[in-house]
Design a protein around this ligand. Structure first.
Ligand code: NAD
Length: 275
């Protein structure tokens, strides 16, 4: 874009030309999205947000019942939705997921690679099984989804990938014992940076969102409850995040309003990583 074209584009915004206004640019009408781990928690909230902004949304989860339930919720709001069952750590299942979406809706414009798991153990007791399981879902799964969706997006010359990382990619929340989790999420940030810069000149943006501690089933396990109380005192905002605190961010990163942003990590944690 030349300097003059940039000036014309900005002038249109300031004159209020329809289609150029910020709320228009945040709309996702006609876009096809999927959300992995969409059956509950953060993924469910992402799916609702993308659908409310106008996208068709495939809900992907390894639990078919959860995927189906969220699909029904979206349809009740008039949002086009389908449920897909896939384990994101399995290449064949990830490929089938992307193929099914393209077969039904003809494209994949927005990929929310959100499925993740967390296990807690002291580092000296972390088993290889725990390490591998965590990395298989959190990092290998994100890679497989980025690659499968990315291949379609590169052919389209258009795509927005939003990975779910974590504040734990940046800091070590005390006194959490999650070596494998923290390390896998740091990998998601680096994966995002690398793909984001590699693919931007072919129309594909890759960013990630790093939530702080969010009130979802992931943190409801009994073993985590003493930690949850402790974390509360570490959050300047004075409360855990609600899934709704993350919804505007995913719409922004999925929309054309964020075209100049790639490879970045949007941190939403009530100030916790700064204290
Ligand atoms: P959650 O456990 O509430 O939901 C995760 C969903 O993913 C479930 O529906 C589950 O069935 C599905 N899932 C798990 N493994 C899968 C797999 N291999 N393939 C497909 N689906 C799978 O989790 P959440 O709190 O909503 O977390 C979502 C994402 O956000 C995760 O990547 C998590 O690491 C990240 N995150 C969560 C928090 C938090 O405090 N809750 C904070 C930072 C980051």
């Amino acid at each position: 874009m030349t300097l003059n074209q940039t000036k014309v584009a900005c002038d249109e915004v300031f004159r209020g030309v329809k289609g150029k206004l910020i709320l228009d640019r945040l709309r996702l009408d006609g876009k096809v999205a999927y959300v992995t781990g969409g059956g509950q928690g953060i993924g469910r909230a992402f799916a609702h947000a993308l659908g409310e902004a106008g996208a068709k949304v495939a809900i992907v989860d390894m639990d078919p019942g959860k995927a189906e339930a969220v699909t029904v919720e979206l349809r009740l709001k008039g949002i086009q939705s389908m449920a897909l069952t896939a384990d994101v750590s399995e290449p064949d299942q990830v490929q089938r997921m992307v193929d099914s979406i393209v077969a039904k809706w003809g494209a994949v414009h927005i990929a929310c690679n959100n499925a993740g798991i967390n296990m807690n153990s002291a580092s000296e007791e972390t088993s290889l099984h725990e390490w591998d399981q965590t990395f298989n879902v959190n990092l290998r799964g994100t890679f497989l989804c980025c690659q499968a969706a990315g291949r379609i997006m590169l052919k389209q010359g258009y795509g927005k990938i939003i990975n779910t990382a974590s504040m734990a990619s940046l800091i070590v929340p005390h006194p959490q014992k999650q070596l494998a989790y923290n390390t896998s999420k740091a990998g998601v940030v680096k994966l995002t940076q690398t793909l984001g810069t590699e693919w931007i000149d072919r129309g594909v943006r890759v960013n990630c969102i790093s939530p702080g501690i969010v009130d979802t089933p992931l943190i409801h396990s009994e073993s985590l409850q003493p930690l949850v109380q402790r974390w509360l005192s570490d959050i300047p905002a004075g409360r855990l995040a609600h899934v709704t605190d993350l919804q505007a961010a995913v719409v922004y990163l999925a929309s054309d309003a964020s075209d100049y942003m790639t490879g970045h990590n949007l941190v939403i944690e009530g100030g916790q990583s700064l204290w």
